[in-house]
Design a protein around this ligand. Structure first.
Ligand SMILES: Nc1ncnc2c1ncn2[C@@H]1O[C@H](COP(=O)(O)OP(=O)(O)OP(=O)(O)O)[C@@H](O)[C@H]1O
Ligand SMILES: [Mg+2]
Length: 322
């Protein structure tokens, strides 16, 4: 398919997708819908077992949905899996390179399998191995690579391709801070070329840094969706003050903002600038330990995604229909 033919299409158009695994008595995914636009980085966030990998694997034609429809660049994942596979590339969760192959073999052979000519395959392999700092180890067998290097081989394979849609299921797991940034840079290059990404991650900084839009999944259902700014609005205040729990009257704190017991040695207050200033002046006077920080996606995530014993029917939903 030509790039111009794709221009008006959604990279993913998923409608009411549900999945009940065999031998399972609950839905890993329930009526899940999502539109991923061309050139967009869309991130799925959710606790362990929320259903992120299930959705990614269904979109990537590795798993059948129980019900619902998904089109990838207009191709139905059930009726046209071959066409879907020709336009996607995936870094699976917990994938492993083959022990007896080198990083070079993995990337170069994969490009050839996907139909790339020898010269182009060589050029692209060199490029991505350099980008991810794997060039020095390009001839080492995968069994002799470190865990992070193995992960980067999988990222290199997927990102060297000419696919239009990339699935990255926790791509930076186990990577050191420098390697993570190399992967982020490769992700930005991918987007720069007008190509799309569906990402899952547990690193909120990564999600904040890269995502155009985010959906939060909880127990197989979408509970929030929007840009970072949309999601930030779930918490009306913009500053958090953590203040030592001992020697403080919690009722008095409530006059400064919303008080949250984080279960740690400090109490958290979501508030605004002027009240934060008053509260910190009070803390200084009383010689109480405190910390002030902006409210982040981390706070939004925790406030939306409850543990099992705290289910609240009035969960805030940011932009659930887009
Ligand atoms: N092959 C399977 N057979 C039965 N149940 C499964 C299977 N794979 C996943 N599940 C269940 O489906 C639910 C969703 O799992 P999934 O792997 O999609 O979660 P996830 O959001 O990717 O979690 P994580 O953040 O831990 O990777 C979980 O309850 C899991 O136990
Ligand atoms: Mg997963």
């Amino acid at each position: 398919m030509l790039l111009q033919d794709m221009a008006d299409m959604l990279a993913i158009e998923a409608r009411d997708v549900s999945k009940v695994y065999k031998n399972s008595n609950f839905a890993a995914l329930s009526s899940f819908s999502l539109n991923l636009e061309l050139g967009e980085i869309f991130t799925l966030l959710g606790r362990n077992g929320a259903g992120k990998t299930t959705f990614v694997r269904i979109c990537a034609t590795q798993l059948m949905p129980t019900s619902g429809t998904i089109l990838v660049f207009g191709h139905d994942i059930i009726r046209e899996p071959g066409k879907v596979r020709s336009v996607i590339s995936i870094v699976p969760q917990e994938g492993r390179p083959l022990r007896a192959l080198t990083p070079w073999d993995h990337v170069y052979n994969w490009l050839q399998i996907r139909g790339e000519g020898k010269n182009m395959a060589r050029e692209k392999t060199e490029q991505i191995l350099n980008k991810l700092e794997l060039y020095e180890t390009k001839d080492r067998l995968a069994m002799n690579l470190s865990g992070g290097m193995k992960q980067k081989v999988l990222v290199a394979m997927a990102m060297a391709t000419d696919a239009q849609l990339l699935f990255l299921d926790e791509p930076t797991i186990g990577l050191d801070p420098v390697s993570r940034r190399q992967v982020w840079s490769a992700i930005r290059d991918w987007k720069q070329a007008g190509r799309s990404i569906l990402l899952t991650t547990h690193y909120m900084d990564e999600a904040e840094m890269l995502s155009d839009r985010i959906a939060i999944i909880d127990k197989g259902r979408k509970i929030a969706q929007g840009t970072i700014d949309d999601l930030r609005k779930v918490i009306p205040q913009n500053i958090k003050v953590d203040i030592a729990k001992d020697r403080i009257d919690i009722d008095m704190l409530k006059s400064y903002g919303s008080v949250i017991d984080t279960g740690k040695s400090s109490i958290r207050v979501f508030t605004f600038e002027s009240a934060a200033r008053e509260l910190t002046e009070f803390a200084v006077k009383k010689k109480l330990t405190f910390a002030v920080a902006p409210i982040t996606l981390d706070d939004v995530f925790i406030s939306l995604v409850h543990s099992d014993d705290e289910v609240d029917d009035n969960d805030a939903i940011a932009d659930p229909n887009t």
